[in-house]
Design a protein around this ligand. Structure first.
Ligand code: ZN
Length: 61
């Protein structure tokens, strides 16, 4: 059973013999983790506008 690394697309071993699955290497695993931390995987439509810059100016009299 073949699998592909979800980061670089290179063929990698299946989860049965690859503890890093679905990544081919620890490097790709870290890249994926970094993307999460950077917010690249933020869910669309779920953003919160708490830091709206217009509001801090306009609401003051
Ligand atoms: Zn990879």
């Amino acid at each position: 059973m073949k699998a592909k690394c979800i980061i670089c697309g290179e063929p990698c071993r299946g989860h049965e013999e690859n503890e890093l699955y679905p990544f081919c290497s620890r490097r790709c695993q870290l890249i994926d983790l970094g993307r999460w931390l950077d917010g690249d995987y933020r869910i669309p439509g779920n953003s919160i506008d708490e830091d709206d810059p217009d509001r801090s100016d306009g609401s003051l009299m």
